[in-house]
Design a binder for this molecule. Structure first.
Ligand code: FAD
Length: 316
């Protein structure tokens, strides 16, 4: 058996990999501490951007803003602020956009948000609000033009179709409308079966949509929680994944090792099939994501280059 590493698995350079990390705004001081420890640990990997989620109906409006502002003030990272339009007037949403712009944000992840009554209940746009994510993208682009700034707009994509979509076609139509309104990147809902992602990509490309569809990767820090997220998000949990975590409820150390193995397997398969950009749902925890990025060849900036130079000098 050959022990030679495949080129995509050679870990000593970035291999052109581009990653981004998603965080949520902390609710308590303790959560704030965990978040900043994670941001600090992941920052040297030089992500393309780090995104901060926005609570349904603006429930985290201030906390999202404060987190994004701190990222801008205290790190060299590029933040992307999430924004939803559910349960808000256009004026309220526009105010949030203006606040982001004034703080220095130049990338917004534009989302409709979940229905006010909860997932599974019908969605009703606010009477004076943006009607959906495409409408919101257009609004952000118009505001950016009025403020004379460039704002990059990313949006969601659903390899397994959004739970409210009547069909794959309706789902991809909405993506097309978001692109027409100015979105330049889509980030997917998490998935565990890579074939679902590639089948979705084929359909999107066949529809003539060419924007990057960045896979959203959820390292499974807690299988039960992942199961509950998946049920709400309409993402499937393959039986092989459940099998891998079966019987480990009281064994966090093994669970963590399995989680790293599962995520590495998923990411390497995507790399082998041509993917070079990943968005990680960090759940504000750095360890697993850091390890996967290390496997992808990402190193803290400043650490790998001098070491490589020193090694080359030693050989010379
Ligand atoms: P859209 O892109 O507008 O719609 C998604 C699909 O649902 C469409 O394809 C369309 O076919 C269908 N659809 C939409 N409206 C209707 C309707 N009225 N009737 C029938 N079908 C309809 N949520 C948050 O609250 N805060 C966040 O920060 C956040 N970040 C996210 C980041 C990513 C990368 C992803 C994938 C999701 C995120 N979400 C977030 C969740 C998101 O708000 C929900 O999935 C929401 O239900 C849909 O928002 P959207 O922008 O994806 O919707």
């Amino acid at each position: 058996m050959s022990t030679e590493l495949r080129p995509s698995r050679v870990p000593h350079h970035r291999n052109g990999m581009r990653v981004s990390f998603e965080f949520f705004p902390p609710k308590t001081e303790e959560m704030e501490k965990t978040l900043w420890e994670s941001v600090t640990r992941l920052a040297p990997l030089s992500p393309a951007f780090v995104s901060v989620t926005y609570g349904a109906g603006g429930s985290t409006r201030e906390r999202t803003h404060a987190t994004v502002k701190r990222i801008l003030d205290e790190t060299g990272l590029t933040p992307a602020a999430h924004l939803t339009c559910v349960a808000a007037t256009r004026e309220e949403v526009d105010d949030v956009v203006r606040g982001y712009v004034a703080a220095g944000v130049r990338h917004i992840v534009a989302l409709r948000g979940d229905p006010v009554g909860g997932i599974g209940t019908p969605y009703a746009p606010h009477p004076g609000g943006y009607v959906n994510a495409a409408d919101l993208c257009g609004g952000i682009k118009r505001l950016a033009a009025a403020e004379k700034v460039e704002i990059e707009v990313s949006v969601s994509a659903y390899p397994e179709r959004h739970p409210e979509s009547p069909s794959d076609e309706a789902d991809i139509d909405m993506l097309a409308r978001k692109v027409d309104a100015g979105a330049t990147r889509a980030i997917t809902q998490f998935f565990f079966d890579n074939d679902l992602y590639f089948r979705y990509l084929d359909k999107v490309r066949a529809r003539g949509i060419s924007l990057p569809i960045v896979p959203g990767i959820l390292p499974v820090q807690n299988f039960k929680l992942a199961q509950s997220f998946a049920a709400k998000a309409g993402a499937s949990i393959p039986s092989w994944l459940a099998d891998r975590f079966a019987g480990l409820d009281d064994d966090p150390a093994t669970r963590k090792l399995i989680a790293a193995a599962v995520a590495a397997e998923q990411v390497f398969d995507l790399v082998d099939r041509g993917v070079t950009e990943f968005h990680f749902y960090t759940m504000n925890r750095a360890d697993l994501v850091y390890a996967i990025c290390h496997l992808l060849g990402l190193r803290p900036i400043g650490a790998s280059a001098p070491a490589a130079t020193a090694a080359a000098e030693a050989v010379a």
